[in-house]
Ligand binder design. Structure first.
Ligand code: NAG
Ligand code: NAG
Ligand code: NAG
Ligand code: NAG
Ligand code: NAG
Ligand code: NAG
Ligand code: NAG
Ligand code: NAG
Ligand code: NAG
Ligand code: NAG
Length: 448
């Protein structure tokens, strides 16, 4: 008998269904099994356990920032499914990449690291504090401290010299993109400020969130008037009047869930409205309630980074549902439909649980990678978002210890010219204050 190609393909196809993950949203057993399989697929890209490879980093071509994103998905995997299999390597990874200054600016990443990259590691340690993930030993940096250090060092790079404010994309002048003020850097600063505000109750963070939001709105990165999209960024040349009008799921999600945190903390109606506006604007990312990356997916032009954006958006949808009760029915409709679609895409590869990029494709679409795997995992595990507690605060169960001045105590590894200028100015201020106090003390002593 001769084997025809068609026969072989039919034979292989008959396996596909049985190898893929089984998904029934009403059956927690199936959700736990499916997410565990997809998580295993994600960790297949992790090389940090192999001898001689850096702990915390994934295989090439995944940049350092995406590793921060992926650990966030693994943290959520533990939180939403209760599966502790990866907690040990997660904790080890988060502590391996903090850098000498414990602010997620490791010197050996300075050729790739921008503000947004730093922020993605800030997001996962913030979540670790909010989920009360096992605290590091006393002599190690704590989750809240690390998140504050990321926030503080980013805030120090705020650049009033051009465009009336904003963060540049890059930290280091030598990296391309230093001449661009992008939304993900600024949106992440806003978002982390909102979460620190809610966690600590310190209203200085609310002031920062307002400042970043107002600046973004002021230069028209945020479209209002019923559209409510979040654009990509603005070139410094031309004083940020040249807006790159591309929309990405993760930017929309940063603004939406950041507003949700601020609403929950401040009860200021304007944040409620804004959370809703960004939620309504998110409709552009859904096709029959199935999530997709509208700017690149249909054109098959999503790059390695962009293929992971749906993961963060899925995470931010879950957080928004937790914090804005009225948003729940809309969000859960999207999550449930998209999760089922994502699960049926996870039938590729020799392992049979490799996830695709396009979730409305019938079966696996042939794409694979860390981003695809993370995105499917996040949307699937977020079906549990209302079954688990909302993020804790220092008052409601969070035990992580922080420090309002984290990251600003030493400046040695902050190579940014902006940081050094601002830092030295602050240091000069402190020295002046100390000298001033000594003079007063001497005078008092002399008088006595
Ligand atoms: C899950 O339960 C809901 C409500 O009970 C029902 O409408 C839906 O059809 C069920 N889905 C599956 C896949 O069984
Ligand atoms: C989940 O996995 C367990 C252990 O492998 C198995 O016994 C169970 O039948 C699976 N459940 C579903 C719904 O696939
Ligand atoms: C937990 O996750 C691991 C790795 O994904 C998996 O092998 C294991 O079966 C999961 N445990 C349960 C109880 O689902
Ligand atoms: C960068 O340095 C850190 C120590 O700060 C180390 O843990 C990590 O493995 C290094 N990363 C790479 C890619 O060499
Ligand atoms: C640059 O843009 C900012 C923010 O829109 C504005 O406040 C400032 O006046 C502008 N500067 C110049 C020189 O146009
Ligand atoms: C805005 O930037 C785009 C892309 O770099 C460029 O093609 C265009 O000429 C710029 N527009 C203005 C008004 O500077
Ligand atoms: C904030 O969210 C928490 C958790 O969902 C909830 O218990 C609390 O009531 C909310 N606070 C306000 C003021 O809505
Ligand atoms: C969002 O859309 C719903 C209808 O889909 C509408 O009722 C609501 O007013 C909108 N909210 C905002 C803030 O635009
Ligand atoms: C929306 O999904 C359908 C399949 O469900 C597909 O045929 C269509 O091309 C998709 N639309 C877009 C804009 O991708
Ligand atoms: C509140 O946050 C600000 C901004 O980071 C910080 O400077 C200040 O020290 C914090 N206050 C307290 C009491 O932690």
């Amino acid at each position: 008998m001769r084997l025809s190609l068609a026969w072989v393909l039919t034979f292989l196809a008959s396996f596909r269904g049985s190898l893929g993950v089984y998904w029934n949203v009403n059956d927690t057993d199936s959700i736990n099994n499916a997410t565990a399989l997809v998580a295993t697929g994600l960790l297949d890209y992790y090389t940090g356990l192999q001898y001689g490879n850096p702990i915390g980093m994934f295989s090439s071509p995944y940049y350092w920032w995406e590793a921060g994103g992926a650990w966030g998905s693994i943290l959520d995997f533990w939180w939403y499914t209760g599966n502790t299999t990866y907690n040990g390597i997660l904790k080890q990874a988060l502590l391996a990449q903090t850098g000498n200054n414990n602010d997620y600016v490791p010197l050996n990443q300075s050729v790739t690291e921008g503000n947004d990259d730093q922020a993605f590691w800030g997001l996962v340690v913030m979540a670790a504090a909010e989920r009360n993930f096992e605290n590091p030993a006393e002599d190690e940096p704590q989750w809240l401290y690390l998140a504050q250090a990321v926030f503080n060092t980013m805030a120090l790079r705020w650049d009033d010299d051009t465009c009336g404010g904003g963060l540049r994309w890059q930290i280091f002048t030598w990296n391309s993109g230093y001449d661009y003020k992008n939304t993900v850097s600024n949106g992440a600063l806003f978002h982390i400020a909102a979460r620190l505000a809610r966690y600590t109750g310190n209203t200085s963070y609310v002031d920062w969130a307002e400042k970043v939001f107002d600046w973004m709105k002021g230069i028209d990165l945020l479209e209002e008037n019923g559209v409510n999209w979040v654009y990509d960024g603005a070139k410094v040349e031309g004083n940020c009047t040249n807006i790159t009008k591309l929309v990405w799921t993760y930017n929309q999600g940063l603004l939406m869930s950041g507003s949700a945190y601020l609403w929950n903390m401040t009860q200021d109606e304007k944040w409620h409205t804004r959370a809703w506006e960004f939620l309504n604007g998110s409709e552009v990312f859904f096709n029959n309630s199935v999530l997709y990356e509208v700017t690149c997916q249909s054109a098959n032009s999503c790059n390695t980074d962009q293929r992971s954006f749906k993961a963060y958006f899925s995470r931010f949808l879950g957080l928004t549902a937790q914090l804005v009760p009225e948003s729940r029915s809309k969000i859960m409709g999207w999550i449930r439909t998209s999760a089922a679609a994502a699960a049926q895409s996870c039938s590729g590869g020799t392992d049979g649980h490799t996830c695709g990029l396009n979730w409305f494709y019938d079966g696996w679409d042939g794409y694979y990678g860390l981003g695809e795997q993370m995105a499917a995992l996040e949307i699937m595990q977020n079906v549990y978002c209302l079954d688990r507690p909302a993020p804790y605060t220092a008052e409601t169960g969070g035990t992580s210890i922080g420090n309002g001045a984290a990251g600003t105590e030493t400046q040695a590894t902050n190579l940014s010219p902006l940081t050094i200028t601002t830092g030295s100015r602050a240091a000069a201020g402190i020295i002046t204050a100390v000298i001033g106090l000594s003079i007063i003390a001497c005078t008092v002593w002399l008088v006595i």
